[in-house]
Design a protein around this ligand. Structure first.
Ligand code: PMP
Ligand code: GLU
Length: 403
């Protein structure tokens, strides 16, 4: 018997999204005809000016330890980007901590804010890592189911119903992974007012903010007045809209006393994010050519979204889904496809992989296994090919019901 591991990891499970991506890569490398619409990672290359800035940083010898909180150029660059997206709102770069991916920013925020006996509300379906990160802080994640007729979003009233004296935090994600739903400013405001009234911290994960299909970026808590932001941490980063997943750059913006604590925590864990990657990201947030690339990538995601929605509507008309308004995910319900003997998300994904070679993520990873998540951050040709296979598979399942 090996020694038992610490209570710190009593709930720990490896990330399902990462595991599915690794499995799809393994099968591809073994020569199998596999398409990966599982992982949420843009198919685009990092825009050249950002990549060049990373290369130049290495050539200039900017390869030593970075300032723990992040280089000033990147903190200013992100502050400027956040300010532009929120009507010129003043953002103090000193309130930003740069980390190795926004996943670490979320971890830092949770670890400095939550601990044993604290409850943290998480609207569900929820991105796979939120409950795990809360468990790592020895706090208790409390899933709050979203309303079906409302894009699986939650309201202040839903949150209130799941809240008690021990509730200390809320992790909000808009545009949402895994549904693509986007909270309106009025919805955000009502949640922020409820949280402020109840002294509840909001960690607002806005990593997909620029991938929004309405006009401009998605509404943000930064669009609300100062008095609603006293207990708010905004999570942002380079991975998604800037196609920089492998550079591992994320950021947290919060009140100074909290960012100081997050920086101190990070000074004992990573000593700050990879320095050349920080220079690359600084270029990404400030170079107009990169900005133009982001606009093009978002237009491509929107086109793919339209294509996908149209095919589901016409070729799989009984299948329920959340109307995606942002991010690059499509969340559809599989338990109604074959009414007698309903299929689960896990069963659907397993059979789809075996029969058609397409990797998707079972809803169980997001706390609801009646659903399945598809990531359309793949090329148009790949999406078309994968959709042929998925539609064929759904139609086969549905006709098994009719038989
Ligand atoms: N938040 C959400 C909602 C995500 O989907 C992801 C995906 N990786 C992250 C945070 C973390 O991204 P990264 O660490 O690459 O910045
Ligand atoms: N966030 C992406 C996803 O949901 C990337 C993998 C991960 O970090 O979970 O697929």
């Amino acid at each position: 018997m090996p020694d038992p591991l610490s209570l710190n990891v009593q709930h720990l499970k490896a990330s399902e999204t990462v595991a599915i991506s690794n499995e799809a890569k393994r099968r591809k490398a073994a020569g199998e005809d596999v398409m990966d619409l599982g992982v949420g990672e843009p198919d685009f290359d990092t825009p050249a000016p950002a990549a060049q800035a990373g290369i130049q940083a290495i050539q200039k010898g900017l390869t030593r330890y970075p300032p723990n909180v992040g280089i000033a150029e990147l903190r200013r660059g992100i502050a400027g980007q956040l300010s532009r997206m929120s009507a010129g709102r003043a953002i103090d770069p000193d309130q930003l901590v740069i980390s190795s991916g926004s996943k670490q920013s979320i971890f830092n925020a949770c670890f400095t804010l939550f601990g044993p006996k604290d409850r943290v509300l998480i609207p569900a379906p929820a991105w796979v890592s939120y409950p795990q990160i809360v468990h790592l802080c020895r706090a208790e994640p409390v899933l709050v189911p979203g309303a079906l007729d409302w894009g699986l979003k939650v309201s202040a009233r839903d949150l209130d119903k799941h809240s008690n004296k021990a509730t200390r935090g809320l992790i909000l994600c808009s545009p949402c992974n895994p549904t693509g739903a986007v909270y309106t400013l009025a919805e955000l405001k009502s949640i922020a007012e409820w949280a402020a009234k109840n002294d509840i911290w909001i960690i607002s994960d806005e990593i997909y903010r620029r991938i929004n299909y309405g006009p401009g970026p998605a509404p943000s808590l930064l669009d609300l007045p100062d008095e609603l932001l006293e207990r708010v941490v905004i999570i942002y980063g380079a991975s998604k809209a800037y196609a920089m997943t492998g550079w591992r750059i994320g950021a947290a913006l919060g009140p100074l006393h909290l960012t100081k604590a997050m920086a101190a925590l990070q000074s004992h864990t990573t000593t700050g994010a990879n320095q050349p990657a920080q220079w690359a990201a600084a270029a990404a947030f400030t170079d107009e050519r990169v900005d133009a690339e982001v606009v093009k990538m978002v237009a491509a995601f929107r086109r793919r979204r339209d294509y996908l929605v149209e095919r589901f509507r016409t070729e799989a008309p009984g299948v329920e889904f959340v109307e995606p308004h942002g991010a690059f995910y499509f969340f559809f319900r599989v338990d109604g496809i074959r009414e007698q003997d309903p299929v689960t998300g896990g069963g659907f994904c397993e059979q789809l992989m075996q029969q058609e070679g397409v990797a998707l993520v079972p809803g169980a990873a997001f706390a609801d296994d009646r659903w399945v998540r598809l990531s359309y951050a793949v090329s148009d040709a790949e999406l078309e090919n994968a959709m042929d296979r998925i539609v064929r598979f759904i139609q086969r399942l549905a006709s098994a019901r009719a038989a």
